[in-house]
Design a protein around this ligand. Sequence first.
Ligand SMILES: Nc1ncnc2c1ncn2[C@@H]1O[C@H](COP(=O)(O)OP(=O)(O)OP(=O)(O)O)[C@@H](O)[C@H]1O
Ligand SMILES: [Mg+2]
Length: 453
Amino acid sequence: MAKAKKSIFFCQNCGHEESKWLGQCPVCKEWNTFAEEKAASVKQGAAKAVREAELVSLSCVSTDEDERIRTGIEELDRVLGGGIVRGSLVLVGGDPGIGKSTLLLQVCQRLADLDKKILYISGEESLRQIKLRANRMGDFKDTLSLLCETNLDIIRGVIKQYKPEMAVIDSIQTMYSEEVGSAPGSVSQVRESTNILLQLAKGLDISIFIVGHVTKEGMVAGPRVLEHMVDTVLYFEGDRHASYRLLRGVKNRFGSTNEIGVFEMQKSGLAEVENPSEFMLSGKPEHASGSVVACAMEGTRPMLMEIQALVCRSNFGMPRRTAAGLDYNRVNLLMAVLEKRLGLPLSNYDAYVNIAGGIRLSEPAADLGIVMAIVSSYKNRPVSDDMIVFGEVGLSGEIRAVTMPEQRVAEAKKLGFRTCIIPEVSCKAVGEISGMEVIGVKSVNQAIHFLIS
Ligand SMILES: Nc1ncnc2c1ncn2[C@@H]1O[C@H](COP(=O)(O)OP(=O)(O)OP(=O)(O)O)[C@@H](O)[C@H]1O
Ligand SMILES: [Mg+2]
């Protein structure tokens, strides 16, 4: 009697595999994420195909000079570590509609201009839709070819025959291989599809960009499963309502993951933002209370941003607190420090703290900025417009050192700020800077004294 094909259960959130259905995933602790998929069958005679492995010593491996292809989009090249590495597999993840397809089509445009053979494979959009997007971006050379296909076995054939220098797969969740029985987007399908692409990239020395969707609902396998398999993982993020977008490297086998790229979504596609600080501070109100400029590091790049706070008397016993772009608990903690160390009766006040421009910030160096904004709003006294602050605030109200103070002060100087309030321990590293008054502070109390003009 023929045996029924075995089933495996996959957590659609993290890709964990079990032989039976479970209500809660033991790894990621999500509920109701298990889905049944057919076990991939091992091909008959697969063992015969095994060839003998060849050993190579490291010194015999040659690396070409032009190993990296520079796209000319500086913000992207920096995040990739200096250009696209030949034969690498890059995953670009991001929320729906953030601009993943736009970015990759722009990369294709730039590389096609350099007379490289490029293949753009879309499983989501028709040729007409791609053309509509391309019309926004200007002219394309004929070295860019398009293909609308979701069957990876066909795509594999096309890539092997056409041998492009770079290929884009938009998106991995729409691709399927006939060898796997489950539906496109399921964990085993996504895993197998990526495996096929990995072999193509390494075998033929083609750089392949994969688009991956991130959804909160468990049904579509998130790109987390893929992150281990690919060489580079980039996340495209940003506030849907703001026009700028951040491209962040989460994993990079060929470069630092500290870098970010800043783009702005415009009518003609994504434009690079060369000076993000200026961009973030545009529209800052003058002489307004509760508005403070702080400096945070995004990787190795300092970025000035405006922290805003609004503190007003609460009408109920439970004061309301909101934090947009900041960690809510951190804001509560800093308010408790202010209450205890400065004696401000903040438990009777509502507080709304916000980072202008919709950016998210998790660096402790912003603490002093948050504290200053809250005190400035509470006392209704504006902070001097040519001043920036940074420093971590400890529970006893002390100001602690932060990383790279020199770069932060240099960035402030570049943008015309005259005064910097920084942790006293960092003063030595910064040294004397002409045209800039650097004030070191030890405690929140001392900082408040300097700040409120
Ligand atoms: N004419 C236009 N002017 C300005 N921005 C536009 C214009 N047309 C589209 N956009 C922007 O481009 C975004 C869509 O970009 P794109 O299709 O590249 O996103 P995506 O990340 O690939 O989305 P999906 O996940 O649906 O594939 C829209 O959300 C919108 O912000
Ligand atoms: Mg898209």
